[in-house]
Design a protein around this ligand. Structure first.
Ligand code: PEP
Ligand code: MN
Length: 342
């Protein structure tokens, strides 16, 4: 941490900063420039944060050099992590396609969507049983009945299941059916829920809050990690901007930015970000090119009849194009498409 003193700061003001840091057990290294003096602090940064040095007379800025997240940071863990979901790797050597319906509606629709996903090269099945909808009048999901359908479809197709949990009270129930727990964009800062999935023993997919900075997202991951669970995959799913042509703006640069800051894998959701079927294949290709560790895509056997997010669900030709991209492009960037578990 570095304390920047004001150009006219007095010797007493500088001494007060140095003394406070030393009294807290840290070391302060003073560097006097022509125009201003800076003080480098060495010691416990978290403790320095509590000293409120910004409020000291003569101080203009306090700059934190190390990241505020620890467990998920690359500073402390330079090698990239691979998260394995019931035998399926998500990490730097592979590209993992996760696909399935936005929502579980019926056993037939879920099985059909899962077969489509598998034929397209998916190694994991997605599908929501608890749907966090913007409107309370919209379809809210089948709840535990939906989880049972997902488990049955896993039995038939062999695809492990990724599904969202929206309430800390449901974590044990969802964990008893699912292979990976998804935290949706609206719950990225639901800290009780993050702690609960952190204690669940299941891998977690943490979607970026639509209004969250990358630092806030990584701090949310730190909540999960703090409970002893480092099996976390981050998912960029678009953020709110002034643009109205797409539902949200896919922040494609978040992938390399996060890869530089964190050892955790990063996947992209090209379906919920754009909200439009015609964008899913181009955004998926962009995700592969930018180094994403996978994508999570909505597919539906009859998008026109879907109870949730039909306009973005892939079927027929679009799904064929996605499958071709996932087969052909990952090898160009040195990755192998992940297979379902044997
Ligand atoms: C989903 O993946 O089903 C979903 C609701 O996504 P998000 O939380 O990103 O809106
Ligand atoms: Mn959806």
């Amino acid at each position: 941490m570095v304390v920047v003193m004001a150009p006219g700061a007095t010797a007493e003001e500088l001494d007060a900063v140095v003394k406070t840091v030393q009294d807290a057990g840290g070391s302060a290294f003073v560097s006097r420039g022509v125009h201003r003096t800076i003080v480098g602090l060495v010691g416990d940064v978290e403790q320095f944060e509590t000293l409120n040095l910004r409020a000291y007379p003569g101080v203009v800025e306090v700059v934190r050099i190390s990241t505020p997240y620890k467990l998920v940071s690359r500073e402390n863990h330079p090698a990239m992590s691979t998260v394995t979901v019931s035998g399926v790797p998500i990490g730097p050597d592979t590209f993992t396609l996760i696909a399935g319906p936005c929502a579980v509606e019926t056993p037939e629709q879920t099985l059909e969507a899962a077969k489509m996903a598998k034929a397209a090269g998916a190694a994991l099945l997605r599908g929501g049983a608890y749907k966090p909808r913007t409107s309370p009048y919209a379809f809210q999901g089948l709840g535990e009945k939906g989880l049972r359908i997902l488990a049955d479809v896993r039995g038939e197709t062999g695809l492990p299941v990724v599904t969202e949990v929206v309430d800390a009270h449901d974590v044990d129930t969802v964990a008893s059916y699912a292979d990976m727990l998804q935290i949706g964009t609206r719950n990225m800062q639901n800290f009780g829920l993050l702690q609960a999935v952190g204690s669940s023993g299941k891998p977690v997919m943490l979607k970026r809050g639509m209004n969250a900075t990358i630092e806030e997202w990584l701090m949310a991951a730190e909540y999960v990690a703090q409970r002893g669970n480092l099996d976390i995959v981050l998912c960029e799913r678009g953020i709110r901007t002034f643009e109205t042509a797409t539902r949200n703006t896919l922040d494609i640069s978040a992938v390399p930015v996060v890869h530089a800051l964190s050892h955790l894998p990063v996947v992209v959701d090209p379906s919920h970000s754009g909200g439009r079927r015609d964008l899913v294949v181009p955004l998926s290709r962009a995700a592969i090119a930018v180094g994403a560790d996978g994508i999570i895509v909505d597919v539906h056997p009859d998008p026109g009849a879907a109870l949730c997010d039909g306009p973005q669900a892939l079927v027929d030709d679009d799904l064929d194009q996605l499958a071709a991209s996932c087969r052909d492009l990952p090898p160009i960037v040195g990755r192998k498409l992940s297979s379902p578990p044997r």
